[in-house]
Design a protein around this ligand. Structure first.
Ligand code: THU
Length: 123
């Protein structure tokens, strides 16, 4: 699957973000080995730290649905930000070193891997 196609799914997820407090919607689209696309968006809470990031929503949801092997993940924010530290750890543990398409919501994207983002992971 081309990066732009996976990114377009991440944009759909981004539009579903519950980001009332930060006004910073994030979308994730995780491509499984079987070719399924599992979406995630950030979901914020009135109890702020209870918030969950888009990447972890997608990965945890995929695992709950029985998917354990992944090919790529697309992430979209309004400024092309990279995943937070907690998500880097979970990406490392559960997806392996797949390509991460980091999109800025304006047709731009860069490709990286978690081994670059988290060179000395726990575990
Ligand atoms: N957020 C993500 O969804 N992924 C990240 O990797 C970093 C931050 C969310 C959490 C919160 O809802 C908003 O972005 C602002 O921090």
């Amino acid at each position: 699957m081309e990066p732009q196609e996976l990114i377009s799914h991440a944009v759909i997820a981004q539009n579903r973000a519950a980001a009332t407090y930060s006004n910073y919607p994030v979308g994730a689209a995780l491509l499984t080995e079987e070719g399924e696309i599992i979406l995630g968006c950030n979901v914020e809470s009135k109890a702020y730290p209870t918030t969950l990031c888009a990447e972890r929503v997608a990965i945890f949801s995929a695992i709950a649905q029985g998917y354990v092997q992944f090919k790529a993940m697309a992430l979209v924010t309004k400024d092309g930000a990279y995943p937070c530290g907690s998500c880097r750890q979970i990406i490392h543990e559960y997806t392996g070193n797949i390509p991460l398409y980091i999109a800025d919501g304006n047709n731009g994207f860069s490709t990286c891997t978690v081994s670059k983002l988290l060179p000395y992971p726990f575990g």
